[in-house]
Design a protein around this ligand. Structure first.
Ligand SMILES: [Zn+2]
Ligand SMILES: [Zn+2]
Length: 270
């Protein structure tokens, strides 16, 4: 339920190829979630290779809806979604709301990428911050993102800040931020949202995000809705580490994955 094609600036495989690869892996549901990074303040921001940072909304939804029809059958369903980068900027929030109004995505991932005016992936975010402060600021932003005014389904990759953090022990531990984590996890449960387990952990110091300590606490607080996303940006990473995640989830007590689709939540047994 979390993947990007070349419609996203950092995607490497065309949408068509991503869908064929997902279907050939035997997936029942495959969610594509192109980046909508309206938290990036400079209009027309471009990446180093000159490509525009923003997904072409109209082209993406038109193409994806066609492919959804072409590929959909009793065994396979493409879900046409979006990953919205959270910001408290009201004009960007209005832009997200208008994407929802215009294209009715099948599902939306609410993700925090930027905090204190910088993307937590880049070194710039960490400059002048110690680990405790850098992580606390990020988690406060995640907490704030839960109350964003537009609708969303999944809370994306909690722990993103640790993926590329410059610390010798980068893991964002539950125990180090227990009260803040509890507010976030309780907030997700109370709102009926789905917590994502994202298997693109990179340098986070764990196999997936968030790690088992956080997932155990979520379960203990009553959380049962889990989404799985590999955050694949190319065909080879689709479903990466799914078996590892499923085994961890089962050992904690989870019995299903929750798939959001056009306002419904479908329970798929693990
Ligand atoms: Zn993301
Ligand atoms: Zn993503």
């Amino acid at each position: 339920m979390h993947a990007h094609s070349t419609y996203s600036a950092d995607g490497d495989s065309p949408l068509y190829d991503m869908i064929v690869a997902a279907r050939d892996k035997g997936l029942r549901y495959f969610g594509i979630s192109e980046h909508f990074d309206y938290d990036y303040p400079p209009a027309g921001l471009k990446y180093a290779d000159g490509s525009p940072a923003h997904t072409d909304e109209e082209a993406y939804f038109a193409h994806a809806r066609l492919l959804q029809k072409e590929f959909g059958d009793d065994n396979f369903e493409l879900l046409v979604g979006a990953e919205f980068g959270y910001t408290d900027d009201s004009s960007a929030q209005a832009r997200y709301a208008s994407v929802i109004g215009r294209y009715s995505p099948d599902f939306i991932i609410n993700s925090v990428h930027t905090c204190d005016g910088a993307d937590c992936w880049f070194g710039e975010y960490f400059g002048g911050k110690d680990k405790n402060y850098a992580y606390a600021r990020y988690l406060q932003r995640v907490l704030q993102s839960l109350s964003t005014p537009y609708n969303y389904d999944i809370v994306g990759h909690i722990g993103y800040v640790s993926r590329n953090a410059p610390y010798s022990e980068p893991k964002l531990n539950y125990a180090d931020f227990a009260p803040l984590y509890d507010e976030i996890l309780t907030g997700i449960i109370e709102r009926g949202k789905i917590l994502e387990v994202n298997s693109s952990a990179r340098g986070a110091g764990s196999g997936f995000l968030p790690d088992c300590d956080v997932l155990q606490r979520y379960f203990a607080l009553g959380g049962r809705k889990i989404s799985f996303g590999s955050d694949a940006h190319n065909t080879s990473r689709i479903c990466d580490k799914r078996a590892e995640v499923v085994s961890a989830l089962k050992s904690i007590g989870f019995t299903c994955i929750t798939v959001p689709c056009r306002g419904k939540q479908i329970e798929v047994p693990l």
